[in-house]
Design a protein around this ligand. Structure first.
Ligand SMILES: [Zn+2]
Length: 67
């Protein structure tokens, strides 16, 4: 992993669980081609984070998240 990627992960603030309603579901943007596309909560429509942040989480794995 490159240093730049580690920095990006540290700054990731994607909400795995919605802070507003507690839902895990997300609504992907219809055209998710832009890394800065905002992903909305599938339940309440609140902002959960950007597509880039979600991708960082996916690459990193879910080891730090216990469900
Ligand atoms: Zn929500």
């Amino acid at each position: 992993m490159k240093l730049g990627e580690q920095e990006a992960i540290k700054s990731t603030r994607f909400q795995i669980v919605c802070h507003g309603c507690g839902s895990l579901s997300i609504k992907m943007p219809s055209l998710p081609e832009c890394a800065n596309s905002m992903i909305q909560c599938g339940k309440c429509g609140g902002e959960r984070g950007t597509l880039a942040e979600l991708q960082h989480l996916a690459r990193r794995g879910m080891a730090n998240f216990e469900f």
